[in-house]
Design a protein around this ligand. Structure first.
Ligand code: AAO
Length: 499
């Protein structure tokens, strides 16, 4: 009898905990939406308006927002001050708690989910001692009274010096940031309270900063204690927060990304590196025929993929000269179009502010207050904001990805070099030309006969197309032309761009 009771409760526990972990892989998108955009350093009020005016209407699924909790105020206001927590009060240069709560609500109502970049590996480094909510701390003595944390809550002081040693990576300080001990139950409580508060405000999940620097066994305890997503914010009951962990694993260090895949999805930095090399011409595009796990990537549903992120676009993290950014716009748009056309991975689009100096913070009105983006007649941004997500070639491919959802890749075509094309079921077709000569060939598009608007060179507007039109014959074939003189090296047509 006792035995049955115990085994029953063990079984129940197993069911419950497996449900918990299983849910953390689902991005909780609203239906028909498939792409996250990182609105790096945007203010909450501006994100709310962007959800309503642009992201919702253009089919974006979610926004990764910059860290929401109080950070240190650093001289010159570099962007990276936000990765130095002072407390878990929700006050930053992006806005306060009321503004954050209002943004989450307005975005959910617009069909767009919010994912918070959460920093709980560490607290601020020595240096400044005042935060964006006015809290003071003494990082030198590991005293953060606004949490409160004391020296008892941190690992002993030592520096990360050896990426071939897991203990050093996880128990020592990343660039001098005071290293919290997530094995400590008091620290776990503070982190769980912080994350559950965000869940109560309606967020859909978390980007876990510096996950590589924390023990997976500690993170598992924390994630399993998170509440289900809030049904009052429109999530299905029993939905688990989506987790994507920042783990840089290029294949040559002590820590493997596979140590984290039991907990949630993981950022796939090899994707960023490989796609940059390919579209910079260091790899022929024809080799992309087996793009995916054959390239050393995580399985598709575990891989959070991107062309660039806020670190590697400016040489931080796993940054290399091969990473493509807005600064190399033709190749960047091609790589982004490939990411969004291809079925591999959970895709994230980067949205940057322009910078020359890699420490430079976002545009401001007075050196401190973040400036709101303003918009040109064609919808693009100005005022120092690049807004890649508002580039036609990018947002129209977000629409392409939505239109072809659920289909596989088929009918791969290439010219033996840098001209490639493929179909997504009978819903979409895309072609790329990265050769130094024109593409002009008859290719199978897999689409029903008709005239389609190329969503790269223009957009469908009523019954006409502002860009190139493509005529698909009754055999599914079409003459595809991408000249080297054109602004873009891509052509894309899909079910919803039929004229
Ligand atoms: C700032 C100052 C520092 C100062 C510090 C404290 O810049 O000079 O000491 O404050 O006062 C961001 C900035 C930092 C900034 C920090 C705090 O990037 O510059 O420090 O805020 O304000 C590692 C981590 C990874 C981390 C990345 C930047 O593993 O988690 O460094 N990214 C996240 C955030 C990031 C943030 C933090 C973490 C901290 O996205 O924005 O920092 O919250 C190897 C390792 C990687 C390691 C890199 C960099 O990478 O594998 O794990 O990333 O080294 O050290 C090839 C290899 C690749 C290798 C790379 C570089 O690509 O394939 O594996 O080379 O060697």
């Amino acid at each position: 009898m006792i035995f049955t009771k115990i085994s029953l409760s063990v079984a129940l526990l197993l069911v419950v905990s497996s449900q918990f972990t299983a849910g953390q892989f689902n991005p909780n998108y609203q239906s028909g939406r498939n792409t996250i955009v990182h609105l790096f350093e945007w203010k909450w009020d501006d994100i709310a308006a962007e959800c309503e005016n642009f992201l919702g209407p253009n089919g974006y699924a979610g926004v990764q927002v910059s860290p929401v909790n109080e950070n240190v105020v650093s001289g010159g206001r570099p962007w990276w001050e936000r990765y130095q927590p002072m407390s878990y009060l929700l006050v930053t240069r992006s806005g306060n708690e009321a503004q954050f709560a209002s943004m989450v609500k307005r975005c959910n109502n617009a069909g767009v989910r919010i994912y918070v970049d959460v920093v709980f590996n560490h607290m601020a480094a020595s240096g400044s001692n005042v935060g964006t909510a006015g809290s003071t701390a003494n990082p030198d003595s590991k005293s953060f009274p606004a949490v409160p944390y004391s020296s008892l809550d941190f690992n002993p002081t030592c520096a990360i010096t050896n990426y071939n040693n897991a203990e050093n990576i996880r128990n020592c300080e990343l660039v001098g940031l005071k290293d919290l001990n997530q094995g400590n139950s008091y620290v776990q409580d503070r982190i769980v309270d912080f994350l559950n508060k965000l869940i109560s405000l309606g967020v859909a999940g978390f980007r876990v900063d510096a996950a590589k620097h924390m023990w997976p066994s500690h993170m598992k305890i924390i994630f399993n204690r998170l509440n289900n997503l809030s049904t009052s914010h429109g999530f299905a009951s029993n939905s688990r927060p989506f987790i994507f962990q920042e783990v840089i694993d290029m294949g040559s260090e002590a820590i493997s990304k596979y140590e984290y895949t039991g907990l949630g999805t993981v950022t796939e930095f090899r994707f960023s590196d490989s796609i940059g090399k390919a579209f910079r011409g260091k790899d022929q595009l024809r080799w992309l025929v087996n793009w995916g796990t054959d390239w050393g990537f995580l399985p598709s549903d575990l891989a959070l993929v991107f062309v660039d992120n806020h670190d590697n676009q400016r040489g931080h993290g796993a940054g290399g000269a091969d990473v493509l950014t807005y600064k190399t716009s033709k190749q960047y748009k091609m790589a982004t179009a490939f990411m969004l056309a291809h079925p591999f991975g959970i895709s994230r689009v980067m949205s940057s502010f322009a910078f020359d100096d890699t420490d430079q913070g976002p545009p401001t009105t007075d050196g401190n207050t973040i400036r709101s983006p303003s918009f040109n007649a064609d919808g693009s941004c100005n005022g120092g904001w690049v807004c890649e997500h508002r580039w036609r070639q990018i947002y129209n491919m977000v629409g392409f990805k939505n239109a072809v959802a659920g289909t596989g890749l088929q009918n791969w075509w290439d010219n033996g070099s840098n001209q490639i094309a493929f179909c997504r079921g009978s819903k979409g077709f895309v072609a790329f030309n990265n050769d130094s000569y024109d593409l002009n060939s008859s290719i199978q598009t897999c689409l029903p006969a008709g005239t389609y608007c190329d969503v790269i060179s223009g957009s469908k507007s009523g019954s006409s197309c502002t860009g190139k039109s493509v005529v698909v014959g009754s055999d599914g074939r079409a003459t595809i032309t991408i000249r080297t003189s054109e602004q873009d090296g891509v052509l894309a047509i899909h079910a919803n761009s039929k004229l």
